[in-house]
Design a protein around this ligand. Sequence first.
Ligand SMILES: Nc1ncnc2c1ncn2[C@@H]1O[C@H](COP(=O)(O)OP(=O)(O)O)[C@@H](O)[C@H]1O
Ligand SMILES: [Mg+2]
Length: 241
Amino acid sequence: MNILEIKNLVKDFGGLRAVDTLSLSIEKGQILGLIGPNGAGKSTAFNCIAGVYPPTGGEIYFAGEKINRRKPWDLCKKGLARTFQIVKPFSSKSVLYNVMVGSFATTDKTAVAEEKALKVLKLLYFEDKKDERAGNLTIGERKRLEIARALATEPKILLLDEVMAGLRPAEVDEMVQIIQKLRDQGITIFVIEHIMRAIMALSDRIVVIHFGKKIAEGSPQEVASDENVIKAYLGDEYVVS
Ligand SMILES: Nc1ncnc2c1ncn2[C@@H]1O[C@H](COP(=O)(O)OP(=O)(O)O)[C@@H](O)[C@H]1O
Ligand SMILES: [Mg+2]
């Protein structure tokens, strides 16, 4: 079953067509990668799906239900959560507090929210930072907090927008393992990422967009050896290993 399906999605900003008749779908339990050059429209596509921007055209279905023009909070309660490329925690508050903000999507009881938040922190090997002020975290830790906050909403599908940017190689490896663990727990993952070795290792399928349009789709191997993809994005020096 497709948990998410997009048909001919269009998003215009004034005269600029950021997303151009994009169609794609994700099966439940899969990891779909979305790649493309800077400005290709990846984050905009995520914003349309998550209800941040109303689409100019096309249709978005989540678990079979049309969700065009639904608000982010409403979608979050239905089980669609996203992280933002620019991470903005409540800096003066603790890690635990920030994650509990996510928990309140599915409960209004503080004790339950805390219990859910602690469970997520444990899953992400992040318990030891629960009392740290979010403002004191490193970039890598902030990305982890962002994922924790999204996970605390108990999503069916998680949209990750460049959660590995700025991480050290060892942190990237750890993040890949975390994302695989989430998928093993039944969460469907839609991931935007620039770090090729990570997206190649994670994705069941990859969609490549350029100027808002899909230029390729397939397994990581298929996409990495596609001539159009190499020209538009990977560069001539990229060699499939
Ligand atoms: N809120 C906005 N208002 C106007 N233009 C935008 C807005 N958000 C993105 N854009 C433009 O849309 C295009 C796609 O941007 P974006 O989706 O952020 O690309 P990507 O995430 O692939 O790097 C870019 O040309 C960008 O400048
Ligand atoms: Mg982006």
